[in-house]
Design a protein around this ligand. Structure first.
Ligand code: GTP
Ligand code: MG
Length: 177
């Protein structure tokens, strides 16, 4: 075998995106998979997934990215999906304090519902909107430390830290036996 693609066994995993409405969950996925950004907001309905294979130096991971609607009325649906996910990204909007406060609820729900180990990343998105920022980096870090989860800040618009986010998630998976 000569290619990097064939040198590692394929690991499969499910990653769920959680967080309030309009924080940028769908935008982070679109930036990562298609390298595009749409400034027009279209709320996600229900929950759906996109597959993506990542070829990393250490491993090959087939990720199923579950994009959940932030709207309250779909929450009953999300609960049944998150049980199956080994990875979770809880997103808030750094320009919206309320969306940051609710991350406690999303993290606690993930910890409660998941059967088995889960890797959680707290993500503060929209950091390109410097003037509108309502949540500092220190506050984000503090919240992540409180729950012992990972933390990053991103901009789906500018692409800042987006690839890095997915690489960190893939690398946080336990190695294949
Ligand atoms: P729901 O599907 O309703 O749960 O929302 P969502 O979390 O998927 O948010 P979505 O990705 O649809 O983004 C909401 C709005 O924020 C859209 O208008 C996006 O263009 C905008 N947006 C998302 N990420 C960023 C970002 O990093 N910077 C800026 N400036 N705008 C962003
Ligand atoms: Mg969405």
């Amino acid at each position: 075998m000569t290619t990097a693609e064939s040198s590692h066994p394929m690991q499969k995993c499910k990653l769920v995106f959680l967080g309030d409405q309009s924080v940028g969950k769908t935008s982070l996925i679109s930036r990562f998979i298609y390298d595009t950004f749409d400034s027009a907001y279209q709320a996600t309905i229900s929950i759906d997934f996109v597959p993506k294979t990542m070829y990393l130096p250490e491993r090959t991971v087939r990720m199923y990215l579950w994009d959940a609607a932030g709207r309250d009325r779909y929450r009953y649906l999300i609960t049944s999906y998150i049980r199956e996910c080994a990875l979770a990204i809880v997103v808030y909007d750094t320009t919206n304090r309320e969306s940051f406060e609710t991350t406690s609820k999303w993290i606690e729900e993930m910890l409660r519902e998941r059967h088995g180990d889960v890797v959680i990343m707290l993500v503060g998105n929209k950091i390109d909107l410097i003037e509108k920022r309502q949540v500092t980096t220190d506050e984000g870090e503090e919240q992540a430390n409180k729950y012992n989860v990972m933390f990053m800040e991103t901009s789906a618009k500018g692409g800042y830290n987006v690839n890095h986010l997915f690489e960190r998630m893939a690398n946080a998976l336990p190695p294949v036996e």
